[in-house]
Design a protein around this ligand. Structure first.
Ligand code: ADP
Ligand code: ZN
Length: 682
């Protein structure tokens, strides 16, 4: 193993770097300026935490949210890394402890809240310590045009100039304007080494459903995932409260969250969500950047998000630990109407509004897609890929039909009524319904009256919704949502283009509800819940979030591989030396029942390393010779630390063995040990 791989294994418990991580780690470690754009859950933190361990001196980390900083620091301390934070949330003792380890020169990572940079005292304090580099998390917070703008981030440039050290900056926001701002404000306009990592999140299952009875659809979805942490995103504050209540009524643990709540109440929800297993938060998009929980198992949208970027960001909160996660997004004509009017009535200049319509169109295209959703989604971000096998359309391809004829009928009805009406009335005309409104407008005389009798009302609704989704028609905000034809519809109207539509996806979806994905197979499920119960107990005892102990992915691997010893345990992803020491026994005894063997602490330190099996073999030989080769000599043995020394230093001859064992022990065990060592050497 390379030294880096060994460190990754021992400290972080990871078997390897993820896609793209290694390059970034090496570049940061080499002391270059770096800008890395990685999707949420891609593993940004490791890209500065790892270099911080192998570089000289202190790494200063700027991060926008106090709660997240405290979590990260706690997680680092759990794996035995000297880390501390200076935030307004600190107690005096915590602050004293941080300064003590700064003075002692032992601290490797110091997290600082950006507002701390405002004080000159902070700058001059930092100059006294041996700062080797600065890492900036959520670097897009320097962008004045983004919604996460933090004025204090503008001071990071001063900090860099004052300390004269390299900066590495990380963000999940990829658009070009933001990148330029980051380069200007953090790197004085000099382009750093830039890494753009792919956007795919293969562990997240993608699905959309047309709204039928939306509240019930959300309740069903949550029911099938009972006991797993999830988020339900809603379009309005009122709805968050209603759905949270409905979920609680049927026995879920659920609460709501929106921007209209007191800051304290919001923090309370954030804290509960981090710590509790299986809590559902029903929220507006205000529940966002502060959500750093890696084991969110599902995200549902009760209403359509505002753009494809927003969709990607919101579903991206699920499954950051890499274990399977599921999403479902509901949408209907009302959503489209609402989102369009929000854009039209907003204050943005005209070209911005056009761009916003475009981003909404991209999302609607995804909602009405006819084949693999991930392909469509990644295609939007400029990545090509094959069908993913992990979306609703790959699970079951939709039934489609040639919709050209009905679409032309609908367009004709719209034009002949002067683009003055909404879908309800237009469908009445197409179906030839004799209503008050039809008669008072004289619409029964139109040539389109009754031409659409072949389709049911629900089928017409699906046609209109898909026409909106393909941006063939748009609700006109100035005319109370009357539908207007767009230029995109002209080729179809003129019979120059055809269009394929999905059969009424509402009925189809109800018929073939796909099986819920389980995290492990039936056989391993009881063990997984036992392991989770142990984790919950340990987390509650230490009052930390469960994932600080181990994340879901680690527990799933444990349930599947069932390690039988601490050595096996060390092979599980997410378990490094420190966590093995803290929690190995507790989880091993869950797996083995009461039969977990005792292990000497010295031997424990070798767990999972090359010396471990050698140590065990030496111990075996030693106990065979405890009373000498004759079996009647005075008992003699070597201490655990002597055995560990032999196992790790692997002396090649008697002289060097005597140096470790001393004469008396060398006489009894020397030859046998040398044999063991010879057997073991490659
Ligand atoms: P980001 O900040 O990019 O959203 P994080 O740094 O929080 O993502 O990492 C997301 C999750 O992935 C964490 O649970 C982390 O422990 C895990 N992780 C990161 N790198 C690796 C790796 N090389 N192997 C396994 N798990 C990893
Ligand atoms: Zn797919």
């Amino acid at each position: 193993m390379t030294p880096n791989a060994q460190l990754l294994r021992d400290v972080f418990g990871f078997d390897g770097f993820r896609l793209g991580q290694q390059e970034i780690v090496e570049t940061v470690a080499a002391g270059e300026n770096v800008l890395a754009i990685m999707p949420t859950g891609g593993g940004k933190s490791l890209c500065y935490q790892f270099p911080a361990l192998i570089r000289d001196g202190l790494t200063v980390v700027i991060s926008p949210l106090i709660a997240l900083m405290r979590d990260q620091v706690r997680a680092l301390q759990e794996i035995g890394v000297a880390a501390g934070a200076l935030t307004s949330g600190n107690t005096q003792e915590e602050t004293d402890a941080v300064f003590a380890s700064l003075d002692a020169g032992t601290l490797k990572l110091l997290y600082i809240a950006p507002e701390r940079l405002a004080s000159g005292a902070m700058l001059s304090a930092l100059r006294r310590y041996n700062v080797g580099m600065i890492a900036v998390d959520e670097a897009h917070c320097v962008s004045q045009w983004g919604h996460d703008f933090r004025p204090d981030y503008l001071r990071i440039g001063d900090l860099r100039r004052a300390l004269n050290v390299p900066i590495s900056a990380f963000t999940a926001t990829a658009d070009a304007e933001t990148q330029i701002e980051i380069v200007n404000r953090l790197f004085d306009g000099k382009q750093p080494r830039t890494f753009l990592r792919g956007f795919d999140r293969p562990n997240i299952h993608l699905a959309f459903s047309a709204k039928d009875s939306p509240r019930q659809q959300i309740l069903d979805f949550a029911d099938e995932r009972r006991g797993r942490s999830g988020i339900v995103y809603c379009g309005t504050r009122a709805k968050t409260e209603g759905i949270a209540r409905a979920l609680s009524d049927v026995g879920h643990s659920a609460c709501f969250y929106h921007g209209g709540m007191e800051a304290d109440a919001r923090r309370e929800v954030e804290k509960r969500f981090a710590v509790e297993d299986g809590l559902i938060v029903v929220a507006t998009v205000a529940f966002g950047m502060g959500v750093d929980k890696p084991d969110i198992r599902w995200v549902a949208h009760a209403d359509l998000p505002k753009s494809i970027e927003a969709y990607y960001q919101e579903i991206g909160r699920a499954g950051r630990d890499g274990a399977a996660a599921e999403t479902m997004t509901l949408f209907g004509p009302d959503d489209i109407r609402l989102r369009r009017s929000q854009i039209d009535e907003g204050l943005a200049p005209a070209d911005r509004r056009d761009a916003d319509h475009g981003r909404l169109n991209a999302l609607l295209g995804l909602a009405e897609a006819l084949s693999c959703r991930r392909q469509t989604l990644l295609g939007y971000f400029g990545e090509s890929s094959g069908p993913c096998g992990n979306c609703d359309l790959c699970d079951a391809p939709p039934e489609v039909f040639d919709g050209t004829q009905p679409v032309r009928m609908a367009l004709s009805a719209i034009l002949r009524t002067k683009e003055m009406f909404g879908a309800g009335h237009l469908i009445d005309i197409l179906q030839g319904k004799d209503t008050e409104k039809v008669r008072s407008n004289g619409h029964e005389t139109l040539p389109t009256f009754g031409v659409g009798k072949d389709l049911l009302k629900t089928q017409w609704q699906a046609v209109f919704r898909q026409m909106m989704g393909h941006d063939l028609i748009r609700p006109d905000a100035e005319r109370h949502g009357a539908l207007r034809m767009t230029d995109d519809a002209l080729p179809i109207l003129r019979d120059e283009a055809k269009i394929t539509l999905r059969k009424d996806s509402i009925r189809a979806a109800a018929k073939r509800r796909p099986a819920v994905k389980t995290l492990v197979n039936d056989e391993d499920a009881p063990l997984l819940s036992a392991l989770k119960a142990k984790r919950r107990f340990l987390a509650e005892t230490a009052s930390v979030p469960a994932y600080i102990i181990f994340n879901d992915r680690t527990l799933i691997e444990m349930a599947e591989k069932r390690p039988q010893s601490l050595d096996d345990m060390m092979q599980i992803s997410g378990i490094g030396a420190k966590k093995l020491e803290s929690y190995g026994d507790a989880f091993l005894s869950v797996i083995l029942g009461d039969t977990a063997p005792d292990m000497h602490p010295t031997r424990r330190k070798l767990a999972g390393r090359a010396g471990a099996s050698l140590y065990d073999r030496l111990l075996e030989v030693q106990s065979e010779l405890a009373h000498g080769s004759t079996g009647i000599d005075k008992p003699l043995s070597c201490s655990a630390s002597i055995l560990a020394k032999v196992a790790t230093q692997r002396p090649k001859d008697m002289t060097s063995l005597v140096r470790i064992l001393g004469d008396k022990r060398a006489e009894r065990f020397g030859n046998a040990f040398l044999d063991v060592l010879k057997e073991a050497s490659p």
